[in-house]
Design a protein around this ligand. Structure first.
Ligand SMILES: C[S@@+](CC[C@H](N)C(=O)[O-])C[C@H]1O[C@@H](n2cnc3c(N)ncnc32)[C@H](O)[C@@H]1O
Length: 289
């Protein structure tokens, strides 16, 4: 399986050499490759674009939206503050959360993604159209048609967009926030962790942002090693359900809900992202470790 950005095109030979060595040093895409190469618009179109988006076609987006809706209603996950780790340029994962929390922080490593979120926050025209996801969540909440109100609510609740590196013991360093009631991370840790040991350490780092009794929510994909975004290719850590259960429980959490969404083989879709399933985990923090 290729692990270098072999489809990456750059007219700057120094930048090509730098990216090549960043990726090859560990065999896994380095975070600086996201900084240099990750295109928010390409990503949103390719994965969430109406009709042809990968996560639309395989049902992953609907699965995550339903699970999040349930967690933030019947699941009783609520409070003052939530931190969304690694949202990239996406907001769908906060659509239900903004009804359960007063204050949401979005935290991502990549400047371009944070800028994209700030542009969404200031209601800039011409950005990605989230209408299908907004409609889906409003329907789940029994507020069909209230799309504009929902966007407005999230814009008011998403208070800040900050820099984050999950591999740091304080992922928000140098910022120190009061401990949150919920830490949510969807589709980030499998990109940010080069091996399983790093993954477990990163869960501990995220736990440090969370109150005891607060909730950790992980949305992720299983069995994958690569994904493509535009003409670029990025590594993914190959995760299993068993490993995730152990990683979460051995770092001081009790799992309250876990569901796997199997994915049928489809060559064109697997060539873009080769995961075999989606997974949702809701866990409660039992202790500081
Ligand atoms: C696939 S993308 C975004 C996924 C998005 N949450 C979604 O659900 O579609 C992965 C994100 O992980 C972020 N990322 C990669 N390494 C990171 C790190 N060390 N710390 C924090 N974020 C990181 C990237 O900036 C990128 O936004």
């Amino acid at each position: 399986m290729p692990t270098i950005n072999e489809t990456s095109h750059s007219s700057d030979p120094c930048s090509c050499r730098r990216l090549h060595s960043l990726t090859m040093s560990s065999g896994f895409t380095d975070k600086l490759v996201y900084q240099n190469d990750f295109d928010p618009k390409d990503y949103l179109d390719q994965y969430y674009g109406a009709v042809s988006g990968i996560f639309i076609k395989d049902g992953y987006l609907d699965f995550i939206l339903k699970k999040l809706h349930r967690a933030f209603t019947k699941g009783g996950v609520k409070g003052d503050s939530m931190i969304d780790i690694g949202p990239g340029p996406a907001i769908y994962q906060e659509l239900s959360a903004c009804e359960a929390f007063k204050d949401i922080t979005a935290a991502d490593f990549t400047d371009r993604n944070r800028e994209y979120l700030e542009r969404w926050r200031s209601n800039e025209p011409g950005l990605f159209d989230w209408t299908p996801a907004l409609k889906f969540v409003c329907d789940l909440e029994g507020r069909s048609g209230k799309l504009a109100e929902k966007q407005e609510k999230l814009r008011k609740t998403l208070k800040r967009v900050v820099k984050c590196d999950v591999t740091k013991s304080n992922p928000l360093d140098p910022l120190v926030l009061p401990k949150a009631d919920c830490v949510l991370t969807v589709g980030c840790l499998e990109c940010a962790c080069k091996d399983l040991e790093t993954y477990k350490n990163v869960i501990k780092n995220l736990s440090s942002l969370l109150k005891v009794g607060g909730h950790l929510i992980i949305g992720s994909i299983l069995g994958s090693t690569i994904f493509r975004c535009g003409s670029k290719q990025f590594s993914l850590l190959n995760l299993s359900e068993d490993f995730l259960k152990r990683a979460v429980t051995e770092t001081g959490f009790a799992i309250e809900d876990l569901e796997v969404l199997p994915r049928e083989y489809d060559k064109p879709l697997f060539d873009i992202c080769n995961h075999t399933a989606g997974i949702f985990i809701l866990a409660r923090k039992l202790k500081d470790i």
